[in-house]
Design a protein around this ligand. Structure first.
Ligand code: GDP
Ligand code: MG
Length: 728
């Protein structure tokens, strides 16, 4: 039977993976391999995707994908366990590397998504990179440095990957990084409570034969679960020292850095090179290819020959690229194809699934010897929360409530501090106008700087609150559930549940949102998500909306506001549909998504996150917006006119045009002043520019002032508001 036919609560054992290519690869990496137990946990509200528990972890799969996995009901299946002595060792004689004289160590952090790499990175380097409780938060490499016991470490935080292959952008990124940068020591971060899956990546790194330390992170969760793990023995078996840490509190981090130095100096007693031994049929193929590569230095220096051989057998495209240009490529390809065929015949399954199954067998073996008790299937609290959050009835309303709460807090609660800042700005500008002598400098300060920057800085509280919500959703793990329950709807747009996260983040800022689209494996879905993201109203547009809504729709403000957001979303949806229809055709990428256990975000992380956003915003104020305001002011101030400069004909003509009810009650000097302002504005450089472009916007009945502000807005959205502030 197929996995899709299992009902919630039932457990099956995987007998075969159908399908091919990236899908097949990914599900196997997620742990869907032969002989593995899977239990159906629950259905998403719209019956798709389905949440499965396997290897103490939860993943979701679309029905169509579950259809490609063959299972037997547990009752019908006779267990045939993979034996633990797949574990064999082999000392690497070549490993003696001469001690280096310089004391700089290049360290790379590698691990599955969401295992705490960035938390560790922040802790050791004092950086403030973004952490979040879902896959794909770190989208490029972040570098930092630290000093430890006389060494300087250049440490790089890499995006999370499940394996070393070339199927997703992150994997490719990490592969290329390892190939081109060759870090001295790799810190392989693994989640203590989900070792089986995390160690899959480790087996790839072992194949690569690089200096390495395993960081057993989230040790607190392992301890709480009551499982006992002999990690030091595990390290001995793997030939890689294992150091337990809690990146969130800093526990064990010093020890980890000490071990990095030991490994670098080759003084660590646990370090040795082992082989993740596989079935003899596969081993003989690997060895055949390995000997070929070993003698060819042009390829052997990029990756270890064993790693190259395994990946070449798996037909990894990146490795194919490396080898393709070699004169011996045709010979190697012949060997590979022959061996593949032989293995297929002997083992009745294709090479990549055989290799994945063997590697999992190796890991199981290693864990069986060192781990006692199984990790609790799921933390109880996670189970209870998920029962509501991903529930058919409550899931959507709950999500809408959260969204509503987010916007309500942003605008309603945010309006109080906004008022305080407004008052402060008014007070400062009053002070300046009272105390300073008249002149261009006073005008610059009042109209240029305070008018421009002051008009935008009042939105700081709104933006902080919005970010507090977004970062809480990310850190707690709720964002991943949102992707889960939205999958079906997003599918109708031709997208993924995963596309939903960048779209929500887009409400904060489109830039990180677009960067976070890397979590989407399918290229076309990723592109569409990127292209529609600008339609999502980012926080920089809040000032503009508030201004226009306040000015033109004072009575229906809230409605218009909501409509602006909705309109953006509607256009995004429409665009996505059209693009899927006419531009990018069918998309068959799998939807495999982990559902990380809920974690209470620490106050510190949330505040740090908020603060880094505030800092960015303030920097923008002090930089771009300040400069833009001053430029706009200068363009509108020069050439400068005084009352005496007004041409007589202009005064006469304007006076004649002015309706009597407007001039009534105004003193002569007031009339003159307003005339001067108008003359100044339309004859300044800015006025001329605006009038030049005005014909373009005339059909919309916008004047030249709006025209100028639109032009200025191409630098940053907020500048529209500050420009209007200067001009009016
Ligand atoms: P990355 O994707 O590997 O960079 O992982 P992050 O650093 O973004 O962390 C993922 C989540 O795990 C965040 O919510 C962290 O707060 C949390 N976390 C990180 N380290 C620990 C730890 O040692 N213990 C616990 N309980 N949580 C942790
Ligand atoms: Mg990260």
């Amino acid at each position: 039977m197929r996995l899709s036919e299992l009902k919630p609560g039932e457990t099956g054992v995987i007998t075969k993976i159908l399908g091919h290519g990236a899908f097949r690869k990914r599900v196997m990496e997620m742990g869907f391999v032969r002989c593995r137990e899977v239990r159906v946990v629950l259905n998403a509200p719209l019956h798709d995707p389905v949440k499965y528990a396997l290897m103490d972890y939860e993943v979701s799969l679309r029905r169509a994908e579950a259809d490609l996995i063959e299972v037997d009901l547990l009752e019908n299946w006779e267990a045939s366990h993979v034996s633990a002595d797949a574990l064999t060792e082999e000392h690497d004689k070549e490993a003696s590397r001469e001690l280096r004289k310089d004391k700089i160590i290049n360290v790379a952090l590698i691990g599955n998504p969401n295992c705490g790499k960035t938390s560790l990175f922040n802790r050791v380097s004092g950086a403030h990179e973004h952490v979040g409780n879902y896959a794909g938060v770190t989208v490029g490499a972040k570098a930092g440095t630290l000093k430890h016991k006389g060494y300087r470490m250049n440490i790089v935080d890499l995006p999370g990957t499940y394996s070393l292959s070339a199927y997703s952008p992150e994997e490719l990124y990490v592969m290329r990084y390892l190939r081109e940068e060759t870090p001295d020591v790799i810190i392989n971060v693994v989640v203590a409570s989900n070792l089986e899956r995390n160690l899959y990546l480790t087996t790839g790194l072992i194949d690569m034969n690089r200096s390495m330390v395993i960081d057993l992170n989230m040790f607190d969760e392992l301890k709480r679960s009551g499982v006992s793990l002999d990690y030091s023995n595990l390290g001995k078996m793997l030939g890689v020292p294992v150091v337990p840490t809690i990146a969130a509190t800093g526990y064990g981090v010093d020890n980890l850095l000490d071990t990095v130095i030991e490994v670098y100096e080759m003084k660590n007693p646990d370090t040795r090179h082992i082989h993740v031994k596989m079935n003899p049929e596969i081993e003989s193929a690997v060895n055949k290819l390995k000997d070929e590569f070993k003698n060819d230095l042009s390829v052997a220096h990029q990756f270890s020959p064993r790693f190259l051989a395994i990946k070449f057998l798996e037909k990894d495209p990146e490795i194919e690229d490396i080898l393709k240009h070699n004169p011996n490529y045709e010979i190697w390809k012949q060997i590979r194809d022959d061996e593949n065929e032989r293995i297929h015949k002997e083992l009745h399954e294709d090479v990549s699934s055989a290799i994945a199954a063997e590697k999992y067998g190796f890991i199981q073996g290693a864990l069986k010897e060192n781990m006692e008790g199984s990790v609790a299937k799921e933390e109880k609290s996670t189970k209870i929360i998920d029962a509501f959050v991903t529930n058919k009835l409550f899931g959507f309303p709950l999500f809408l409530i959260v969204m509503w709460l987010m916007f309500w807090a942003t605008f309603q609660i945010g309006s109080y501090p906004m008022e305080w800042i407004e008052r402060l700005v008014a007070w400062i500008s009053g002070l300046v106008s009272k105390t300073m002598a008249d002149g261009p400098f006073k005008d610059l300060l009042l109209d240029g700087i305070i008018g421009g920057v002051g008009g935008v800085i009042v939105f700081l509280p709104n933006i902080l609150i919005l970010y507090a919500f977004i970062s809480f959703m990310e850190d707690s793990g709720y964002m991943a559930r949102v992707a889960f329950i939205m999958d079906k709807l997003m599918h109708r747009m031709g997208l993924h549940g995963k596309s939903f996260i960048p779209l929500v983040m887009g409400f904060g800022c489109n830039v990180p949102a677009i960067m976070s689209t890397r979590i989407i494996e399918s290229k076309s879905s990723r592109l569409i998500t990127i292209l529609i993201n600008p339609f999502i109203s980012c926080s920089a547009r809040i000032p503009i909306y508030v201004l226009l809504v306040g000015a033109f729709f004072p009575d229906y403000g809230a409605w218009v506001f909501v409509s602006l957001y909705t309109l953006g979303i509607a256009i995004a949806v429409l665009t996505a549909k059209l693009m899927r229809k006419f531009w990018f055709k069918a998309d068959e990428t799998p939807f495999v998504m982990e559902l990380p256990p809920y974690r209470m975000p620490t106050m510190k992380a949330t505040i740090r996150n908020m603060w880094s956003k505030a800092e960015q915003y303030l920097r923008k104020m002090g930089g771009l917006i300040l400069v833009a305001s001053i430029i706009i002011w200068a363009l509108s101030y020069f050439p400068h006119y005084e009352t005496e400069d007004l041409p007589k004909e202009y005064v006469a003509a304007t006076l004649a045009e002015m309706p009597a009810d407007q001039t009534e009650g105004m003193s002569q000097s007031q009339i003159e002043k307003s005339m001067l302002t108008e003359y100044q504005q339309s004859n300044s450089i800015l006025g001329k520019i605006g009038q030049f472009v005005e014909p373009v916007v005339r059909p919309m009945e916008l004047g030249w002032k709006s025209c100028v502000s639109l032009i200025a807005g191409s630098a940053a959205k907020e500048v529209v508001v500050s420009t209007l502030g200067v001009l009016f």
